[in-house]
Design a protein around this ligand. Structure first.
Ligand code: PHE
Length: 448
């Protein structure tokens, strides 16, 4: 690939890389989606299956994606092309890089719209906008926001600008630096909120809800939802972890690092549950309220309890931080690609990629209002983007990545890289060759 430019960035430290990877993994998926999925899927049984999926399927795929990235040291597309050639495999493997980069690109367009909701609620929260809200007012505020293309555009634009601002500053100076500030702050905010929850009446019920499984609630659908979410929450299948691996030096122990990311991600998702459900139970709200759970039910409570303004501000700040460190990771594969394949520098590449993603996001946000009647294959644009990525691109990218590592890379080099005993390596092979690919295939096929 002679078109490639030199001067590939690197993380400045292991710690910085870890925080950026955790920052990518911890996002709206943990704080917005996980609690409402638990609520809709009947509580602890879902959590139990989710934990198994993280360990058996998520963890090996993180390692596989990082390993690919670190060996290639380029954007996901060139990396796959180089590795396929070096291992004497078909050029077709490049599709793993293509679908991953495309997935990240498409997901960011609507992720940024939701990031914009978080920003908008943050400003409302801090200005005391929830005070005295009743049930109808809270619902009306949320649907009012969705119905107003002008304000959705402003917030989406603001969120995208923040994201681009960080990414333009580079790998160590932007992504890593932002994660080093935002992630610890997020940890502190979440701990404070769990502390508040622990002191409230609803805490016992929240604990029971999250940790005492009733396996009679377990259906095929619940298992699939858990597996699909394990993927999303670990940022797998979108080129993100391949790109993050490409800035990684030889010294980092991939298995250990992946374990840390998986544990942190899970702890934060459970922490979000422990922050949100006590409030839900103590106030007689419905835990199965769905996507509106944090945007409709929580403001209602924040508006009537003492200290609600502060608590609400903290919560939506937390949500915004989590969304931002994930959004920057979604932008990175596209920027890395443009930077390496075109004459554009870092700033130009960031501007170009974000402008196109922004425009697509506008189409997505219009589907809540003016374009709500525009249906493609029966879906509005927002849902179409969501389904296309989560049902097709993510599973196919992740499947490709794990199969490539399991079957195409030289076995001895993988064993050395992971520093495994022969027993450990046998287990690793079993997981990456069979368990994880079959798990992914099952989700893929049954979601069709
Ligand atoms: N893992 C993020 C979350 O849980 C979402 C995300 C997916 C971020 C893919 C980056 C890449 O919200």
């Amino acid at each position: 690939m002679s078109a490639l430019k030199q001067g590939h960035g690197q993380w400045s430290s292991r710690m910085g890389f870890m925080l950026a990877a955790v920052g990518s993994a911890v996002g709206l998926g943990n704080i917005w989606k996980f609690p409402y999925m638990v609520g809709q899927s009947g509580g602890a049984a879902f959590v139990a299956v989710y934990l198994i999926c993280i360990a058996m399927i998520g963890l090996p795929i993180i390692v596989a994606e990082w390993m690919i990235g670190r060996r290639g040291q380029k954007n996901p597309i060139n990396t796959m092309a180089d590795l396929a050639a070096a291992n004497g495999r078909s050029k077709g493997w490049v599709m793993v890089g293509v679908s991953g980069t495309l997935a990240g690109f498409l997901i960011l367009s609507f992720y940024s719209v939701i990031g914009g909701w978080a920003l908008s609620y943050l400003i409302d929260a801090m200005s005391g906008g929830f005070t005295g809200m009743d049930k109808d007012a809270a619902g009306a505020a949320f649907s009012g926001m969705l119905g107003d293309p002008g304000s959705l555009t402003i917030w989406h634009t603001a969120f995208m600008a923040l994201t681009a601002g960080v990414v333009a500053m580079g790998v160590a100076g932007g992504l890593e630096r932002a994660s080093k500030i935002l992630m610890p702050a997020l940890g502190v905010l979440l701990a404070l909120m769990v502390g508040y929850g622990a002191a409230s009446d609803g805490f016992g019920r929240a604990l029971e809800y999250l940790f005492a499984p009733d396996f009679s609630k377990l259906t095929g659908e619940v298992v699939l939802a858990a597996l699909g979410h394990a993927f999303f929450t670990l940022s797998l299948g979108m080129g993100v972890m391949i790109a993050y691996g490409s800035y990684l030096g030889e010294k980092v122990d991939l298995l250990r690092a992946a374990r840390t990311v998986a544990i942190m991600d899970t702890v934060i998702a459970l922490g979000a549950g422990l922050a949100i459900f006590p409030i839900v139970f103590a106030n007689g709200l419905d835990p199965a309220a769905g996507p509106g759970l944090i945007f409709v039910t929580l403001p209602l409570v924040f508006g009537k309890i003492t200290g609600g303004v502060i608590l609400a501000g903290m919560f939506f700040l937390l949500l915004t931080f989590a969304a931002l460190t994930s959004a920057i990771s979604l932008l990175e594969p596209s920027v890395e690609l443009l930077q390496e394949r075109t004459p554009l520098g870092r700033v130009g590449a960031t501007l170009l990629a974000s402008a196109v993603i922004w425009a697509l996001g506008i189409a997505a946000l219009l589907s809540f209002n003016v374009w709500s009647d525009v249906l493609i294959f029966g879906n509005n644009i927002f849902d179409l983007l969501d389904k296309l990525t989560s049902k097709f691109l993510l599973p196919l990218t992740a499947l490709g990545a794990v199969l490539f590592v399991g079957w195409c890379l030289d076995r001895d080099s993988v064993r050395d890289e992971l520093n495994l005993s022969s027993g450990g390596f046998a287990l690793w092979n079993l997981v990456v060759r069979f368990v994880a690919p079959i798990g992914v295939l099952v989700v893929f096929v049954s979601s069709l």
